[in-house]
Write a protein that binds this ligand. Structure first.
Ligand code: 5AD
Ligand code: SF4
Length: 455
């Protein structure tokens, strides 16, 4: 646990446990909440039975994500019978979206807090302790960016640093603008300070997070300016960012990426769909051709850039021909990796109101075919690296063998290799020898044996 908030003078108030569902933004938010709780005298536990406070940090992006949280809440409800003073809290996007539902169907939930209310956690816990009843705050803020709060981070290699919150794009399928509110950017200076602090605490990789990370802007500059500032912080070995919107990718950003060795040669570029009509209905603001041109531009600036994506199948009204266009774009780009989803109607969004929803069986068939195609593309993309030397950051011991490391390429692909004298967080040269599934396998090339170097 890396935490700048430990305060040994405080009397311990009890133990908390946070379970996190959904995206990396939620992971970062949970770390923020953990930092705040530690600062006011609570300590973290991983044992449900030891916990005095249990928070679920929830996700509402698809129906399945919500169901998972409902099941989890039901399955731990019994803990409260044994320990009635235990406090249950629901945080995050579901809290924001479903507070009335939750209050009705899960009366044992004591606290419901939306993503902009975390600063009030200590006060809310105190209120709840003073009197029984529900504590609810799901107000959204135009300004809250959680500046100057120090997160308590879990991972020892990568530090997530949230640079902006909310989203103003209003893609018609997406609940995020409703659960996380308007887009706002943190100050450059506080982000750089947090990055410096993470480096001081031993983190080697920084992932900048925003629902729409590359639309970051403050008076000091836009996203490329911030990215450059982070790249220049001494000790930052690797930088990633998630998730950009194609509309906000520009030459300046690609220029900065190509100029700084520690910015990973990887862009996660959500396509969502390959048909212009569907993209328009999704309010994605680009056409298929513009997306393909952008991929070419990225590859012009950064020849070995790995590109991953998000795709939705079965968006309302998607015909077979339009679905085929998505496959066609995939075949043209050959994404290194894709996260693929069946469209899930989110109450309150525009697309949920469309009358031409697609049958579940068709959605599933489309998804299965898409996943099959992507598997061949990931393998093909990884096989292209066979015989090349890639820079791999050592992350953890391989699950398969204690004699092997598991690491990651700049393109965010997993590589397994035999241990030598390297340590976790070292970046080493690995000669790729095989590719299977989503992983690559290789051997360390020691400096004296170096033949040539590819990204
Ligand atoms: N149904 C299915 N997938 C969705 N996503 C966002 N909203 C929905 C939805 N209603 C996907 C998009 C986005 C990723 C984070 O989740 O592909 O990029
Ligand atoms: Fe949702 Fe679109 Fe905003 Fe991404 S850009 S969070 S998909 S509305």
């Amino acid at each position: 646990m890396y935490n700048s908030n430990n305060n040994n003078n405080l009397q311990e108030k009890g133990k908390f446990l946070i379970e996190t569902f959904g995206c990396q933004m939620n992971v970062a938010d949970s770390e923020l909440v953990a930092g705040m709780l530690q600062k006011c005298g609570y300590s973290e536990t991983r044992d449900l039975n030891q916990a005095d406070i249990i928070f679920m940090n929830t996700c509402a992006i698809r129906e399945k994500a919500e169901e998972t949280v409902h099941h989890r809440l039901d399955s731990i409800q019994h803990l409260k019978k044994r320990k009635p003073e235990m406090i249950f809290g629901v945080l995050g996007c579901m809290a924001q979206n479903l507070k009335d539902d939750l209050l009705e169907s899960k009366p044992y939930v004591d606290i419901i807090l939306g993503p902009d209310s975390y600063r009030r956690i200590p006060e809310i816990i105190n209120n709840r302790k003073k009197q029984n009843g529900h504590e609810v705050d799901t107000r959204l803020s135009k300004y809250e960016v959680y500046d100057n709060l120090m997160p308590s981070r879990q991972d020892g290699v990568n530090a997530f640093v949230s640079i902006s919150r909310g989203c103003d794009k209003f893609c018609t399928f997406c609940i995020v603008p409703f659960t996380r509110g308007r887009e706002r950017s943190r100050s450059n200076e506080s982000i750089i300070r947090e990055v410096q602090d993470a480096v001081k605490n031993g983190f080697a990789e920084i992932t900048l997070l925003g629902q729409n990370v590359n639309s970051y802007r403050t008076e000091e500059g836009k996203f490329p300016h911030l990215l450059e500032g982070v790249a220049m912080v001494p000790g930052v070995k690797r930088i990633r960012y998630m998730s950009p919107h194609p509309q906000d990718m520009d030459d300046h950003l690609l220029q900065v990426m190509s100029e700084h060795k520690n910015i990973c040669n990887h862009v996660h570029l959500p396509l969502q769909a390959g048909s212009d009509r569907i993209l328009k209905r999704m309010n994605r603001t680009y056409t298929k051709t513009e997306f393909l041109n952008l991929v070419d531009t990225i590859r012009d600036y950064i020849p070995n850039c790995s590109i991953s994506t998000d795709i939705i199948v079965g968006f309302p009204g998607e015909t077979n021909v339009e679905y085929e266009e998505t496959l066609e774009v995939m075949n043209k780009v050959i994404f290194d990796r894709a996260f693929m989803f069946k469209y899930s109607p989110r109450p309150g969004t525009k697309a949920a109101e469309y009358s031409d929803q697609i049958d579940e069986v068709i959605k599933q068939k489309r998804l299965t075919r898409l996943i099959d195609l992507q598997q061949t593309h990931t393998l093909k993309a990884n096989q292209r690296h066979i015989g090349k030397v890639l820079k791999v950051m050592v992350e953890k011991e391989s699950k398969k063998s204690p004699q092997q490391w598991s690491g990651r390429t700049e393109g965010n692909m997993g590589v397994i290799f035999d241990k030598n004298d390297e340590q976790i967080k070292d970046i080493v040269d690995i000669l790729i020898q095989d590719a299977q599934g989503v992983s690559m396998f290789g051997n360390r090339v020691l400096e004296k044996e170096m033949i040539h170097e590819v990204n």
